[in-house]
Design a protein around this ligand. Structure first.
Ligand SMILES: CC(C)(COP(=O)(O)OP(=O)(O)OC[C@H]1O[C@@H](n2cnc3c(N)ncnc32)[C@H](O)[C@@H]1OP(=O)(O)O)[C@@H](O)C(=O)NCCC(=O)NCCS
Length: 312
């Protein structure tokens, strides 16, 4: 018999348990299926950043599943309602409770609520993880964009290549630019997440940088966010009108992360950009598919999703 647990929310008192659950479920799944548990480190402490960020960005929205008898945490699912859509991620079930419907039980009410609002649900799903891929497919998600996770080790002296075209037009975003950045993303990708850009620009939890590139006429061509937090070194989210803009924004972000090895989710369709990342020392790590449940419009430009915050 399936025992998916009792649903509730995640409070600050749960952050340690959530960090342990995220770490344990990822290590157990990737070790047992792919022999890659080491990718997630030996400590759960770095995973505390995830519930901390979401407690500020989307307070009260996370879903938890608990054992009815003991109250033990069985699963978590982070939910990010936005004006145009609802994003979901990360979803995790404790290793002992997997396969008994915990993840499905957490996701079904999220889908029902989004559908009653008439908006799609979006997420980014690993293509190496058939358990999560199947879970999402069964619930009605359909992949629309493929991404390759590329890790780029940046030497302490910076990338051994000259700045690409457009790099000189990149600057840090100003604290009042969230509406303008959100408008660019809405125009290119059809999603509105101004609150995420406000979060990055005010930097209340984590260590975020936001850069923009403008044309010589002052039009916004792209934006790139990076997390410089020691527990989460990743580039994105970002959006750009074309590959040239994206290349300059990524070079600029990598240059700010000297000595680190940040991960970038690069659109597979942007073949020239992907080959440029290889020429900068990039290595493939994993493959992800952006998926949606419900109708989404045709996107233009290039998007760079992340795992924190997963709100694309
Ligand atoms: C992915 C994960 C969240 C799934 O959680 P779970 O609680 O075990 O999932 P559920 O039991 O609710 O559902 C799994 C569904 O996938 C189906 N499934 C699993 N493997 C399948 C396959 N190869 N083909 C078809 N269906 C498959 C199951 O039958 C089930 O569907 P059903 O509810 O219609 O019977 C869990 O494996 C996990 O925590 N993994 C580690 C963390 C992670 O990778 N998270 C996802 C990335 S964010």
């Amino acid at each position: 018999m399936k025992r998916p647990g009792v649903l509730g929310t995640v409070g600050p008192e749960d952050h340690d348990a959530v960090a342990r659950l995220l770490h344990r479920s990822l290590v157990a799944w990737y070790e047992s299926k792919l022999r890659q548990g080491h990718r997630f480190g030996s400590e759960s402490e770095p995973y505390r950043l995830i519930p901390q960020v979401y407690a500020t960005l989307d307070p009260g929205e996370a879903v938890a599943s608990r054992d009815e008898a003991t109250g033990e945490l069985l699963g978590v699912c982070f939910v990010h309602p936005r004006p145009t859509h609802v994003s979901v991620g990360i979803v995790a079930t404790s290793p002992e409770a997997q396969g008994r419907g915990v993840a499905r039980a957490m996701l079904e009410p999220v889908l029902a609520k989004a559908h009653s609002r008439g908006v799609p649900v979006r997420l980014v799903s690993s293509l190496l993880n058939l358990d999560s891929f199947s879970l999402y497919s069964r619930l009605g998600f359909v992949p629309h964009t493929l991404y390759q996770d590329i890790v780029v080790p940046v030497p302490a002296a910076g990338l051994p290549v000259p700045p690409p075209v457009g790099a000189s037009r990149i600057r840090q975003a100003r604290s009042d630019e969230a509406p303008r950045i959100a408008e660019l993303e809405r125009r290119l990708q059809g999603i509105d997440r101004e609150q995420d850009y406000r979060f990055f620009l005010t930097n209340p939890v984590g260590d975020w940088r936001v850069w923009v590139e403008e044309s010589s006429r002052g039009d916004l061509l792209g934006v790139m966010v990076a997390s410089l937090h020691p527990h989460h070194g990743m580039i994105g989210p970002g959006v750009a009108v074309d590959e040239t803009t994206a290349t300059a924004l990524l070079w600029n972000a990598l240059d700010a992360m000297r000595g680190g090895s940040p991960v970038i989710l690069a659109p597979c369709a942007a073949g020239g950009l992907v080959r440029t990342l290889y020429s900068w020392g990039g290595r493939n790590l994993e493959l992800h598919a952006a998926q949606a449940c419900g109708r989404i419009g045709l996107a233009t430009g290039l998007a760079f999703p992340t795992f924190l915050p997963e709100s694309a």
